[in-house]
Design a protein around this ligand. Structure first.
Ligand code: MN
Length: 453
């Protein structure tokens, strides 16, 4: 076959407005425009987008017109864009056409989606120029692109179903088959529902040359034939944590023999900083601010002179995750104030502060220098029991019980007084203590883990 080269991207989420920021709205469009500019400069044969091209079914006019302007560049340079739908792109309820279908109607993209017969089986229909619809598209006599889109929990079944189409196209016509699917291979993200099994993917190995994946916003590759480039931008601020260097697109080159070489290109996106700060030991919320500020200054220093080619380095997104134990009320940490102060000092576009991981403790362990090991143990366990809050009214008994269990464990190694300790545990009257109504406040559903009844 004639060597070809193409771009595979996914999850562009055009039209995304993050935290109400109009600049972020532009960021998503800019990162896609950069891909298009790259495609033009490299003179690629085509671009495939594996779903979630738009962020919402009902995008605003601004998104449509800006996308249209970017797509015009591709049209001018004769670079087709072939896409499938993602879960974000489907037809808006009550409308006849989705926005992607609209772009297909006017000839700016080729949208592939399966059609179904009366039995619910996928119809093997090629792209039809007159109705601008089809399940597959022959970009040239040797390359056939299939667009499955988002199938949720049906993906495995459908992979199995289409394998005969792929075999036919490969064996009878010697085609190079590309399948676009908006779905995640389970092995790489088991938390999602509707994932694809590795088996279903591997079963296509003999009949499919390249599986272009989308949906998961972090890059991964499967056995050198299924590829997921990740989103171009940080769709969720939480993505900043894992995704440095794991968002972008593939520039795929296929040689005469059909051998694939994927060059991963990091997308241009807003500079982002992820920071975990342990605020244990801070005496008040002011200390928290000073601590974050110190860590950020350090980070800024570390980042100096690197990432030179990343845009907007002076207006980053900053995500701060606070953790640790504090003795004051977590609610006293004024995150709105912190965000403003951090934005101001570091010129950040967006600041996100996560306080969910902070633990509140009523006291710090007071450990005197002359305390014995037993005393320290009793103090620490007593603190934990009290903090757990489930043992209201019988903290001392519970602490005693836990200490006895610990003694039994060490005594069992030497066989010393095991029986005696065991009896003490059995006689511990924690279980028999009834919680008086009202002790736990208005609702009395909170039970001690020791209250087996
Ligand atoms: Mn997505």
């Amino acid at each position: 076959m004639t060597p070809i080269n193409f771009i595979h991207c996914a999850d562009t989420h055009l039209g995304k407005i993050q935290k109400n920021s109009s600049r972020r709205f532009e960021d998503f469009l800019d990162s896609f425009e950069d891909v298009v500019n790259y495609a033009v400069s490299e003179n690629v044969d085509f671009i495939v987008v594996a779903g979630d091209f738009f962020d919402k079914r009902n995008i605003n006019p601004d998104t449509f017109s800006k996308t249209f302007c970017i797509l015009k560049k591709l049209k001018k340079h004769n670079i087709p864009l072939i896409a499938c739908e993602g879960n974000h792109d489907k037809t808006f309820y009550g409308n006849k056409l989705s926005w992607m279908e609209t772009l297909a109607e006017i000839g700016y993209i080729i949208l592939l989606k399966p059609g179904y017969d009366e039995k619910g089986n996928i119809k093997y229909t090629g792209w039809n120029e007159s109705n601008k619809r089809g399940f597959y598209y022959d970009i040239n006599p040797k390359i056939r692109i299939f667009g499955l889109g988002y199938l949720g929990s049906e993906a495995d079944e459908r992979f199995c179903e289409i394998s005969r189409f792929l075999f036919e196209s490969k064996n009878n016509y010697n085609k190079f088959n590309i399948v676009l699917i908006h779905g995640i291979i389970k092995k790489y993200q088991s938390d999602f529902i509707g994932t694809i099994s590795s088996d279903a993917v591997n079963n296509l190995k003999n009949c499919c040359d390249y599986i272009a994946l989308g949906h998961q916003h972090t890059r991964y590759e499967h056995e050198n034939f299924a590829f997921n480039p990740g989103s171009l931008e940080y769709w969720d601020i939480k993505e900043v944590k894992h995704d440095a260097g794991k968002k972008g697109f593939y520039h795929v080159r296929v040689d005469e023999a059909g051998k694939i070489e994927t060059g991963f290109k990091e997308s241009s996106k807003r500079f982002a900083i992820y920071l975990e700060v342990d605020i244990s030991g801070t005496k008040n919320p002011d200390d928290v601010y000073f601590l974050i500020r110190e860590k950020l200054r350090q980070r800024k220093q570390d980042n100096k002179n690197i990432n030179k080619n990343i845009n907007n380095i002076y207006e980053p997104i900053i995500q701060v995750v606070l953790g640790g134990k504090v003795t004051y009320d977590v609610m006293e940490i004024d995150t709105k104030f912190l965000k403003e102060k951090i934005s101001e000092e570091f010129g950040a576009l967006l600041v996100d502060i996560d306080t969910d991981k902070i633990l509140f403790t009523r006291f710090e362990h007071v450990i005197a220098q002359d305390m014995s090991r037993e005393e320290i143990e009793k103090q620490v366990i007593g603190d934990y029991v009290e903090q757990a809050g489930r043992f209201l009214g019988y903290e001392d008994k519970t602490t005693e019980l836990v200490l006895n269990v610990i003694s039994l464990s060490s005594a069992s190694q030497t066989q010393d007084n095991c029986e005696e300790i065991y009896k003490t545990i059995l006689n511990c009257d924690v279980k028999r203590k009834k919680i008086e109504p009202g002790i736990l406040g208005t609702n009395n559903t909170q039970k001690s883990i020791l209250d087996f009844g």
